[in-house]
Design a protein around this ligand. Structure first.
Ligand code: ZN
Length: 138
């Protein structure tokens, strides 16, 4: 069995962002040389997510508004976590959107449903963040 590991780096200009990382994961898969197996992609931070959904900008604005209703960023004082930090909302948003995805690898390709794409969800950006790609198989 082969095993491949890669870290993707992010540093968003805004506090929150959704980034289509499908091309980065596909490039990692090509580099790995693995044709049959499993691909794990996870955020390495507790204020960011990796999730699969539609690559449609309207939906991403809907996610942003929905998450802001569930866990508004402000006022920062509404959260017990915000003593030395101001990112309680980011922890909650990450929990809703999830930590990781697993995609089957078939014939050297990510075995997606028709509209599935992989996204990085940043909820406390403007600093260095990492995403882990781990691929196993043969
Ligand atoms: Zn925190």
């Amino acid at each position: 069995m082969k095993s491949y590991r890669k870290e993707l780096m992010f540093h968003t200009k805004t506090r929150r962002a959704f980034i289509n990382i499908t091309p980065d994961v596909e490039a990692a898969l090509v580099q790995s040389g693995i044709k049959e197996g499993m691909c794990l992609v996870n955020a390495m931070h507790i204020t960011a997510s990796v999730f699969i959904n539609d690559n449609e900008s309207g939906l991403h604005r809907d996610f942003e508004r929905w998450l802001e209703r569930l866990a508004p960023e402000k006022p920062h004082s509404q959260y017990d976590h915000n003593g030395y930090e101001d990112n309680a909302d980011a922890h909650l948003k990450r929990s809703v959107m999830g930590r990781e995805v697993v995609v089957a690898v078939t014939n050297g390709k990510l075995d997606f449903g028709t509209w599935e794409r992989i996204f990085y969800g940043e909820f406390d950006g403007m600093r260095d963040k990492r995403v882990l790609v781990k691929i196993i198989g043969e």
